[in-house]
Design a protein around this ligand. Structure first.
Ligand SMILES: Nc1ncnc2c1ncn2[C@@H]1O[C@H](COP(=O)(O)OP(=O)(O)OP(=O)(O)O)[C@@H](O)[C@H]1O
Ligand SMILES: [Mg+2]
Length: 261
């Protein structure tokens, strides 16, 4: 990408090859008329390739604000963010959009699918922005849908899919440009517990294949499937720990009651 040749890129913080996300003393302020919300108050974190991190914390503690910065949807008010050694805060809007499209897959609580287009077309959308050929885009989209177990639902519209299936379409869409990181903000927030564990099974399998995942959740039962757990409190990182014994979602599913189809 052209951005790596800019001179100011050389002023990067020295970092390990394996580091994919490096955040240093990041602050975020929101200006709301007279008042100023200090949503992030000096967050520093390093995430290595292949990690699977969950972020927990009370409502309003800054989790989504932080995810939006990681996902290059928003910039820090102060501090540094390096994504694969690229200083994100110095990039233009256009460059940010390019990074977002190539390096980041985003999954949201509300699925955010286009209602009038099929599962396949929803997944193909990011390949259009990435200027991948129509044929290649369709091939990749079919592969991504097969990967999340929806190979037989490509022609369905979102309204013809269950919540869990819609979220799987959204995951396929997030994966289709082969990002370096998958960011998910409460991806199971609208799903029942069995479907939530099925989504975590997909995430564990993707992570086994080397994909780096950062996921926000309110549910400790969901967080335990990750490898590392970070707790936000009042715009700061309150706790950051390895998860010692994590269950396999595929095994947990066996013990959950089946839903009527
Ligand atoms: N666009 C915005 N403008 C002004 N204030 C905002 C904006 N977005 C978030 N905030 C404020 O910043 C703080 C952190 O919000 P954030 O959405 O990051 O919390 P959260 O941890 O994701 O909460 P939840 O668990 O409810 O999703 C809150 O006090 C919120 O009101
Ligand atoms: Mg949030």
């Amino acid at each position: 990408m052209a951005t790596t040749s800019q001179p100011d890129m050389k002023a990067t913080i020295k970092q390990d090859h394996e580091t994919i996300i490096l955040v240093r003393e990041v602050h975020k302020y929101y200006e709301l008329g007279e008042t100023r919300v200090h949503a992030l108050r000096g967050v520093s974190i390093e995430i290595k390739r292949g990690e699977f991190v969950t972020i927990m914390g009370a409502s309003g503690s800054g989790k989504s604000t932080f995810m939006n910065i990681l996902g290059c949807l928003d910039k820090p008010s102060a501090g540094r963010y390096l994504l694969e050694n690229i200083e994100v805060s110095s990039l233009s809007k256009k460059e940010l959009a390019a990074i977002r499209n190539h390096k980041i897959g985003f999954v949201f609580q509300g699925f955010n699918l286009l209602a009038r287009t099929t599962a396949l077309e929803n997944v193909e959308l990011p390949t259009l922005y990435a200027r991948i050929s129509k044929a290649e885009g369709e091939k990749r989209s079919r592969e991504a849908l097969a990967l999340v177990g929806l190979g037989d639902r490509v022609a369905h519209f979102p309204s013809q899919l269950s919540g869990g299936q819609q979220q799987r379409v959204a995951i396929a869409r997030a994966l289709v440009n082969r990002p370096s990181i998958l960011l998910a903000d409460e991806p199971t927030g609208n799903l029942d517990s069995r479907t939530s564990v099925e989504i975590m099974d997909i995430f564990q399998n993707l992570n086994d294949e080397g994909l780096t995942i950062v996921l926000v959740t309110h549910e400790p039962d969901i967080a335990r499937f990750a490898k590392r757990s970070i707790q936000f409190r009042d715009g700061r990182i309150h706790r950051d720990e390895r998860i010692q014994t994590r269950p396999r979602a595929s095994e947990v599913i066996q013990n959950l009651p089946k839903l009527e189809d």
